[in-house]
Design a protein around this ligand. Structure first.
Ligand SMILES: Cc1cc2nc3c(=O)[nH]c(=O)nc-3n(C[C@H](O)[C@H](O)[C@H](O)COP(=O)(O)OP(=O)(O)OC[C@H]3O[C@@H](n4cnc5c(N)ncnc54)[C@H](O)[C@@H]3O)c2cc1C
Ligand code: SF4
Length: 337
């Protein structure tokens, strides 16, 4: 590891002043991803500005049913928060499906959303990788791509986005709050935060240099919604998703789907909101054949590689099972799982 400086910022202004004009400066949350990448030589910042003690450490449940989650809130307390468990099980479920208790205790929400891909070539500095070193090539396409993406890819990169939390937040229509380098504030839907690779896979988000994530705002869940996060992986812990699903279902008195939201993880360079499938299912009875047909339409544009085409069947089966199970749950009041 190369030498670097470390400063713990006490307010956002200080943090942003420290990184301004220093392209080698980065924010540090819990360090559970960034420090690993520094050890591997994937990144070599000259200055770490610790933002984990900034006053964005609260979970604020509001009277209208929405919640504001500070960027410095750690993953473990968020997953254990009673209001989150009861009203936003997609958030608690996504967090608990990822990493380990120790990692979750250190990791922050801001850092979780900006963690980097787990593509093995990205982590191996002896190999080319367009994301790490623009223009050097993508060995994954002809190499090890079993775990990589089937949707939204390009010839330049087929990496998957790794955050389970982001998938849950996309299904909940959550928004990321950002403080820009000039001190201004803006908000961006989590769904739009991440960029598809195209010919510039090294550009991963909409954030500009110095932008600081200050929190995540989650609107009230749909009335009567049943929701769940399910993750298929090679082993039950310490494994990223082969395919994951964040699904929310509300069934009307007539048995038809009043509201349905589907987001997929492990299949694309960003959390994948299955809007095409949702559109086809809204107002319809949630029988398996309808869900399968809707998912077929959603996945029609996929570009699987020889070793990861199985993800299409997995995604279809996973969503079909989720919708079936959630639709069968008794009608609730908006506060059920
Ligand atoms: C063994 C292991 C298993 C894991 N398994 C999973 C899993 O299954 N699913 C999953 O989703 N995750 C998993 N993770 C990843 C883990 O969730 C992330 O490492 C963690 O969430 C990152 O949070 P952090 O606060 O430590 O971020 P850091 O490592 O501190 O930072 C990550 C990135 O975010 C930036 N950043 C941090 N805070 C801010 C901010 N407020 N504003 C702007 N930029 C910021 C940093 O500059 C850096 O680029 C695993 C990690 C480990 C080590
Ligand atoms: S898939 Fe993306 S991250 Fe992986 S080697 Fe190719 S360019 Fe790099």
């Amino acid at each position: 590891m190369r030498e670097f400086a470390y400063v713990r910022a006490t307010d956002a202004q200080e943090a942003q002043t420290l990184v301004t004009g220093r392209p080698d400066a980065v924010y540090l949350g819990g360090g559970t991803n960034l420090v690993d990448l520094m050890k591997l030589g994937v990144t070599s910042p000259g200055l770490l500005v610790d933002v984990s003690r900034l006053p964005y450490d609260r979970i604020e449940h509001r009277a209208d049913g929405s919640v504001l989650i500070g960027a410095a809130v750690r993953n473990a307390p968020l997953a254990g928060d009673p209001g989150i468990r009861r009203r936003f099980p997609l958030i608690a479920g996504a967090l608990l499906a990822g990493a380990s208790g120790q990692v979750r205790s250190a990791a922050t929400i801001g850092g979780n959303l900006l963690q980097r891909t787990r593509c093995g070539y990205f982590h191996d500095v002896t190999k080319p990788c367009n994301k790490r070193s623009p223009g050097s090539g993508c060995p994954a396409v002809r190499g090890a791509h079993r775990e990589l993406a089937v949707l939204g890819t390009s010839d330049h990169c087929v990496a998957t986005h790794p955050s389970d939390l982001a998938v849950g937040l996309v299904a909940l229509d959550a928004t990321v709050r950002v403080r820009s380098a000039d001190g201004g504030a803006y908000a961006v839907p989590v769904e739009n935060l991440y960029l598809l690779p195209g010919s510039t896979p090294h550009r991963e988000t909409q954030l500009a240099p110095g932008d600081l994530i200050t929190g995540v705002e989650v609107p009230p869940p749909p009335p009567g919604a049943a929701m769940r996060y399910r993750k298929v992986r090679d082993r039950t812990s310490y494994a990223f998703a082969l395919v994951s699903a964040a699904v929310s279902v509300s069934v009307g008195d007539d048995g038809a789907l009043r509201d349905i939201r589907i987001a997929l993880g492990g299949v694309a360079p960003r959390p994948w909101r299955a809007r095409n499938a949702e559109e086809r299912l809204r107002g319809r009875r949630p029988d398996d054949s309808a869900v399968r047909a809707a998912m077929d339409a959603e996945l029609a544009g996929a570009r699987p590689l020889p070793d990861n085409a199985f993800k299409l069947d997995l995604a279809r089966d996973l969503i079909t099972a989720c919708v079936r199970d959630l639709a069968a749950e008794p009608t609730g009041t908006g506060e059920r799982r």
